[in-house]
Design a protein around this ligand. Structure first.
Ligand SMILES: Cc1cc2nc3c(=O)[nH]c(=O)nc-3n(C[C@H](O)[C@H](O)[C@H](O)COP(=O)(O)OP(=O)(O)OC[C@H]3O[C@@H](n4cnc5c(N)ncnc54)[C@H](O)[C@@H]3O)c2cc1C
Length: 395
């Protein structure tokens, strides 16, 4: 007898245990799906590991993408509050402004945020000093506090949600690299060097920059930008726009409790008692093979010390070079890959912010067929025909 839609719980294979994979796996397993998660390495060690992990809906466009990020932020609040071990540190993000001209821009931007219902509190120079007394006040003319924003401890988040998925029966298979999508699931390289097949009703690709290679077997040119890691020769520009860096420092006293942002650097508390620094908002496009890359960690620390003298006693202890997952138009993809609804893919930048909301909505879509209104602009249809001729696809 055919299973009715309301009782049928498709079994799920998940490819990729980054932040998107573990969030979605926990949500699917919690709803009773039989879930198997395969990762080429260990959970949370891909792009997720080196993320700045700022949870925000700041400077996002178009409006539907800003809304999606705000839903993500709200979902972090809910998910984190519902658990005994939190990963979301909702410290607020303090943008410090130098120069009267810049302040006029920031005031205009803050008014726009408030109009859109996104809290932004303008501060005088004195207000900034009261909030963070340890910051260098020289040339500071004011600031703006985004009180809803914060940062996620991605290692804690990954550990908590993967454990939850397993507690609900999910099977986690690290060091299983999926090499092919098959009619009924996947085939993967196993840690002993062999190959095995896994079957399920639905295969969900949360493999980040690994999705492109996997979908080629389906004759599909998945619209994310190539990175220098996986396609060094195919496009001369491969990689530069996707490469970002985060740096953590040794521990120190007197460091800010808020996230801090100036026009040339951003930093926030790190789980090790120092700060994590990144090239937001300049978003430098590093050439991973270029020499300037290796001067960047010290440069980032120098920029952060200018506004935060307490960092003078610290040094760089970790450097992480991460490859952003960038859909060709910069915004999220969450959609079925085929009309038979056997393969679903989720790929996005800002994945830390978005993961819990995407997990809730994508899990519901797989479970009930209902597509959340917040996902309306994030389908694959917007890229036109992505299918390659069978010969080119090698099928
Ligand atoms: C420098 C930097 C700063 C960032 N800052 C922010 C920020 O402040 N806020 C924010 O929200 N986002 C930020 N991001 C983006 C965010 O980190 C990513 O969107 C997010 O981590 C993507 O998670 P993911 O699960 O899709 O991918 P990943 O974390 O890369 O996970 C994909 C997983 O799939 C596995 N995999 C790949 N191919 C295969 C295969 N064939 N078989 C099996 N497994 C496979 C990999 O091993 C990996 O574990 C930043 C990114 C970078 C690089």
């Amino acid at each position: 007898m055919p299973k009715s839609r309301s009782t049928f719980q498709p079994s799920i294979l998940m490819v990729g245990a980054g932040v998107l994979g573990v969030n979605l796996a926990s949500e699917l397993a919690r709803h009773g799906h039989r879930v198997t998660i395969l990762d080429a390495g260990e959970a949370g060690t891909g792009t997720t590991a080196g993320s700045y992990a700022w949870v925000n809906s700041n400077s996002k466009s178009p409006a539907s993408y800003a809304d999606l990020n705000l839903y993500g932020l709200r979902a972090h609040e809910r998910w984190s509050a519902a658990r005994t071990r939190t990963w979301f540190h909702q410290t607020g993000n303090l943008q410090v402004v130098h120069g009267a001209e810049r302040m006029a821009d920031v005031e205009r931007e803050a008014a726009q945020y408030l109009d859109a219902g996104y809290p932004a509190q303008l501060l005088t120079a004195r207000g900034v000093a009261e909030l963070e007394p340890g910051l260098n006040r020289e040339d500071v003319v004011g600031g703006v506090l985004f009180p809803l924003e914060g940062w996620a401890d991605t290692a804690a988040m990954t550990a908590v949600l993967l454990q939850e998925a397993q507690d609900h029966g999910a099977q986690y298979l690290p060091y299983h690299r999926v090499i092919e999508l098959t009619e009924s699931g996947v085939s993967a390289q196993t840690p002993d060097g062999g190959t095995s097949a896994w079957e399920a009703d639905v295969t969900v690709l949360t493999a980040g920059n690994g999705i492109r290679a996997l979908t080629r077997g389906l004759g599909l040119e998945f619209p994310t930008r190539p990175t220098a890691l996986d396609e060094p020769l195919s496009r001369p520009d491969a990689g530069h726009h996707t490469v970002g860096m985060t740096v953590t420092t040794s521990a120190a006293t007197g460091l800010p409790g808020h996230m801090v942002q100036t026009d040339d650097v951003s930093f926030r508390p790190s789980p090790t008692g120092g700060v994590m620094i990144t090239d937001h908002p300049t978003a430098s496009r590093w050439d991973p093979s270029g020499e300037t890359m290796w001067a960047a960690p010290d440069d980032l620390l120098r920029r952060a010390r200018r506004i935060c003298p307490a960092l003078d006693s610290t040094e760089v202890v970790t450097v992480h070079v991460g490859h952003r997952i960038l859909p060709d138009d910069g915004i999220t993809i969450a959609d079925w890959l085929d009309t038979d609804r056997r393969y679903y893919a989720v790929a996005t930048h800002s994945g830390i912010t978005l993961a819990p909301h995407l997990a809730e909505t994508v899990a519901r879509q797989i479970r009930t067929g209902e597509r959340d209104a917040s996902l309306a602009d994030f389908g694959l249809g917007r890229f036109g025909n992505l299918h390659r001729p069978a010969a080119a696809a090698g099928v």
